[in-house]
Design a protein around this ligand. Structure first.
Ligand code: HMG
Ligand code: MG
Length: 309
C-alpha cells in the first residue's frame, strides 16, 4: 500500500517565514527559493497575498515573486484569501493559488476575520477567477485535528469544510494540523473524510510538528495511499494566529524517512540540508530539523549558531 513516489510541497518560504518576528529580506527569501529548486523541489509555496497589517513578514510578496529565477517544471504557489489577494497575485504569475479555510469557527474568525460560511463566499470568486486565469487552486483546511481556541475538532467538521471547498470548485484539498496535536488514527479518520470527496492524488497532509507527531502522521497517511505532503525546510514556521504552534514537519526529516523506506521524492537530501543551513544562518539559529542537525554534525559543521548567513 505504501506509495513508491511522494510529492513534497515545500512551504518553508511562506509558512516557514511568515511567523518570523525579525525582518527577512526579499533577497534572502529569493535565495532560499533558488536553493530549494536546486535541491529538486518541484512545488514551492513562495509567499502570501494577505494584509501586511496582519502578516508583515509577507509584505514583500511582489518583490519576492519578481526576484525568482523560474525553473521549468517547478510550480510556484501563493496564498490568496480573497479577491484583493488574488488581484495582487495574478500579475506576479503564480502557477497555483491557495485558499485557506478552517474546520473550526473560532480559528476562521481569528485567522481570516470571518466565519467559515463567509470564508467560502470570499473564496468562491477567487476560485472562479483563478480557474479563468488557468491556475490550479488548492485549499488548506486548518485546525482539522484540533483548534487552539475551540479544542477538539471532529471529523464531521472537517468533512463539512472539505465539501464546501469541493462545492466551489477547489481542485486540491489539504488537511492541515495547524497546532500539531493530531495522532495517527485521528489523522486517518480526518483523511478518510477528504478522500470521500477528492481523489487521492488531490489530497495532501500539512502537519505542524508541535507535539512531535508529524512523521508518525505522515506514515499513517502513506498507509492510506496519500502521497502528497507539505513540509518546511529546516522545520521553520508556525502560524501567527495559533499561539505556540511551531513549524511544519522539516523537509529534511521527511525525506530521510522516505528515502530510508525506499520511497522516491526526487529531492537531494544533501542540498536540502544546505538550504536548511542557509536559512537557519540567515535567522541566526540552528536548524530545527533533527536530520539537518545530524547531517551537519556528521560533516563537522557547527550547528549551534547557524552556518551560512
Ligand atoms: P479584514 O480586515 O477582514 O479585511 O482581513 P477587509 O476586507 O475588511 O479589509 C481590511 C483592510 O485589509 C483593507 O485595508 C484592505 O484593503 C486590506 P485598509 O483600507 O484598512 O488600508 N486587505 C488586504 N490587503 C492586502 N492583501 C489582501 C487584503 N485583503 C484586505 N489580500 C484578511 C481579512 C483575510 C485580509 C486578513 O484577515 C488577513 O490578511 N489574514 C491573514 C491571515 C494569515 O495570513 N494567516 C497565516 C496564513 S494561514 C496558515 O498559516 C495556515 C496554513 O499553513 C495551514 C495550517 O497550518 O493550518 C495555510
Ligand atoms: Mg501551516
Amino acid at each position: 500500500m505504501i506509495p513508491t513516489h511522494v510529492t513534497l510541497v515545500e512551504v518553508g518560504p511562506r509558512d516557514g517565514l511568515q511567523n518570523e518576528a525579525q525582518p527577512v529580506s526579499a533577497a534572502h527569501k529569493v535565495e532560499l527559493v533558488h536553493r530549494l529548486q536546486a535541491a529538486g523541489c518541484r512545488e514551492i509555496e513562495v509567499t502570501s497575498f494577505v494584509s501586511p497589517k496582519w502578516v508583515p513578514q509577507m509584505a514583500d510578496n511582489v518583490q519576492v515573486m519578481a526576484g525568482i529565477r523560474r525553473q521549468a517544471g517547478v510550480r510556484y504557489s501563493v496564498l490568496t484569501p480573497n479577491m484583493k489577494g488574488l488581484e495582487a497575485a495574478l500579475p506576479t504569475q503564480p502557477d497555483e493559488v491557495v485558499v485557506f479555510g478552517a474546520a473550526s469557527e473560532a480559528f476562521s474568525q481569528r485567522n481570516i476575520n470571518c466565519s467559515i460560511a463567509e470564508s467560502i463566499d470570499r473564496f468562491a470568486p477567487v476560485v472562479a477567477a483563478a480557474h479563468e486565469a488557468g491556475l490550479k487552486v488548492r485549499a488548506a483546511v486548518s485546525c482539522a485535528l484540533g483548534c487552539p481556541y475551540q479544542g477538539d475538532v471532529s471529523a464531521d467538521e472537517v468533512e463539512r469544510v472539505v465539501m464546501l471547498m469541493k462545492g466551489i470548485g477547489v481542485d486540491h484539498c489539504g488537511i492541515a494540523d495547524t497546532i500539531g496535536v493530531g495522532t495517527p488514527r485521528k489523522v486517518q479518520l480526518a483523511m478518510e473524510r477528504a478522500l470521500k470527496h477528492y481523489p487521492v492524488v488531490e489530497v495532501s497532509g500539512h502537519f505542524h510538528d508541535t507535539y512531535g507527531q508529524a512523521l508518525a502522521n505522515i506514515y499513517a497517511c502513506l498507509q492510506m495511499g496519500v502521497h502528497t505532503f507539505d513540509t518546511s525546510i529546516s522545520g521553520l514556521g508556525g502560524c501567527p494566529y495559533a499561539k505556540g504552534a511551531t513549524g511544519n514537519v522539516a523537509t529534511e526529516d521527511v525525506v530521510f524517512m522516505l528515502h530510508g523506506m525506499g520511497v522516491d521524492t526526487g529531492l537531494d537530501l544533501d542540498l536540502l540540508v544546505d538550504a536548511g543551513a542557509y536559512i537557519s544562518g540567515v535567522l541566526g539559529r540552528p536548524p530545527v530539523s533533527r536530520v539537518g542537525k545530524a547531517l551537519l554534525a556528521k560533516r563537522g559543521v557547527a550547528v549551534n549558531v547557524g552556518v551560512n548567513p
